[in-house]
Write a protein that binds this ligand. Structure first.
Ligand code: NAD
Length: 255
């Protein structure tokens, strides 16, 4: 067990499914109470966390909407009192040629993947500064360093996530707050498996087979492959590490 988790409160965005759900459950196993913000109901996540003996709560919230994020921050204050750990995980990806991305599509991707981090972090940073302790983990993507055609809006937004992480780390370290990013590789989640997502132009199972052959570790990535690194980054063991992006993708992309 990593140090410093006991009694902490974490906010996990997009925690109803996929990677966010796995991260929320793992932090609960480490002794953290969890608040989930998601567009979809997160009952399953909440039940799994409560079964571990931790407190959990969720609110329907579009993380790209300032009013929703404000209402979620009020919910966290009322139910949990504070947020010590913020995992900005909610994200959106869709396969489409650059010429087929409308300006409205582009703005939506930036809003969900990047504005969300600005809004959520602004909602919780003051309390972290006051308590002189905070952990922020932003979920980026290894596509930023790969050949991954037909996802220009997505990859540009994830470049923004890495820039946001690096820049914010420089301002908040003085108050005991670290900010890091984690870049997953292609991971088996509801979002990737839903059928319309075609990495490298391939049907999804073919894409998983192809991508896993190019990894150092030759198997399909699952959300559980990401939980250990986030448990570490949100603990006291990672207190001297900030502004970094850790690629967790079976050893495909090297940075
Ligand atoms: P997913 O689609 O399986 O789950 C995403 C969750 O976020 C869902 O519960 C969804 O309802 C929620 N969500 C989406 N838009 C939201 C919004 N506007 N407000 C609130 N909640 C919202 O996705 P996933 O594959 O688990 O991806 C999670 C994160 O990991 C994303 O940031 C994604 O870009 C990143 N990522 C995923 C992969 C992958 O292969 N799965 C690879 C690299 C990075």
């Amino acid at each position: 067990m990593a140090r410093g988790h006991a009694g902490k409160i974490a906010v996990v965005t997009g925690g109803a499914n996929g990677i966010g759900q796995a991260l929320a459950v793992r932090l609960a196993e480490e002794g953290v109470d969890i608040a989930v913000a998601d567009l979809q109901p997160a009952e399953e996540t909440v039940k799994r966390i409560e079964a571990l003996g931790r407190r959990a709560g969720s609110l329907i919230c579009d993380v790209s909407n300032p009013d929703d994020v404000g209402a979620f921050a009020d919910f966290v204050a009322r139910k949990f009192g504070q947020c010590d750990i913020l995992v900005n995980n909610a994200g959106f990806y869709k396969t489409r040629r650059f010429e087929d991305i409308s300006f409205a599509d582009w703005r939506r991707t930036m809003a969900v993947n990047l504005d969300s981090m600005f809004l959520m972090t602004q909602a919780f940073i003051a309390g972290m500064r006051q308590r002189q302790w905070g952990r922020i983990v932003n979920i980026a993507s290894n596509t930023l360093g790969s050949v991954a055609p037909n996802h220009v809006d997505y990859i540009a937004s994830k470049g923004g996530v890495v820039g946001f992480t690096r820049a914010l780390a420089s301002e908040v370290g003085i108050d005991g707050i670290t900010v890091n990013a984690v870049s997953p590789g292609l991971t088996r989640t509801p979002g990737t498996l839903e059928g319309q997502f075609r990495p490298r132009g391939l049907p999804i199972e073919e894409a998983f087979d192809l991508v896993s052959k190019t990894q150092a570790i030759k198997r399909h990535q699952t959300p559980d492959d990401l939980v250990g690194v986030v448990a570490f980054l949100t603990s006291d063991d990672a207190a001297f590490m900030s502004g970094q992006t850790l690629v967790v993708d079976g050893g495909l992309v090297r940075v």
